[in-house]
Design a binder for this molecule. Sequence first.
Ligand code: AMP
Ligand code: MN
Ligand code: MN
Ligand code: MN
Length: 287
Amino acid sequence: MPNIDLHSHSTISDGMLSPSQLLAHAASRGVNILALTDHDDIAGLREARHCALQENIRLINGVEISVTWNNRTLHIIGLDIDPEHPPLIDGLKKIRDGRINRARAIATQLDKYGILGSFEGACAQASASRLIGRTHFARFLVSQGHAKDVRSVFKKFLVKGKPGYVSHVWASLREAIDWIRGSGGQAVIAHPARYKLGNHLLEQLLCEFCELGGAGIEVVSSSHTPEQTRQFAQLASRMNLYASCGSDYHGPGESYFDLGRLPALPPECTPIWTAWDIPDIRESPIQ
Ligand code: AMP
Ligand code: MN
Ligand code: MN
Ligand code: MN
């Protein structure tokens, strides 16, 4: 029975394990098919592929793209992408450049709050990454004793309305989907329950997403309650969207779900992997 996880992070973005360590960990948890989906970067895929061969894991080339839609941040996963596709490479580089400006603005705000040196501190946390994100600020702030762990430091400093929050404009939904589709991949809305959109906006998002060529939504996610999983399974089948499943694993200690421990997709779902050429799981209703 294949064990599939289509959402995970490495040190290339804000995960804690290098791509090789992630693949080794996935193998130790019995994962057969893994997508590495670093935020706004695909630089980990080469190392991951090398290690996947050794570990006998089928690696799906992935990415998690930061998007601004309707003044909100959404995450769009690209699965089975071509990492050599120039518009995708260029688009992601622009997002990473924007992250540096945002990081300086976050540091300026934290300076005013009396927390000095956070830009350098966050950069030091991100030394294995090609991008800088709030998680790196969070780890710096925890290391300085400003909160007990990453989760509480986010609540205290890094979410809307808190001293270290800076709003930012990411890629558009259309750009993200175009880059993903242009590279031969499928666009998937990550952890849809996290955005707390309400029925009306959710419907609007799904309609726009479908019109733009989006392919699926994450139905099983570590961010979802069992009730939300049922809700998104129904939505996916009503909207003719594929269903995906991913732990959003960031590393030991910081993730609720370990790799390889995801519940199965509800039976009404059409799994996204039925769109791929993987003969042994093509007909499989299980994950
Ligand atoms: P960024 O893309 O730099 O704004 O950072 C987003 C990342 O921060 C997410 O992918 C998570 O890894 C992490 N994150 C966001 N919100 C929280 C939270 N409340 N608690 C812990 N980590 C969070
Ligand atoms: Mn993250
Ligand atoms: Mn995400
Ligand atoms: Mn993620």
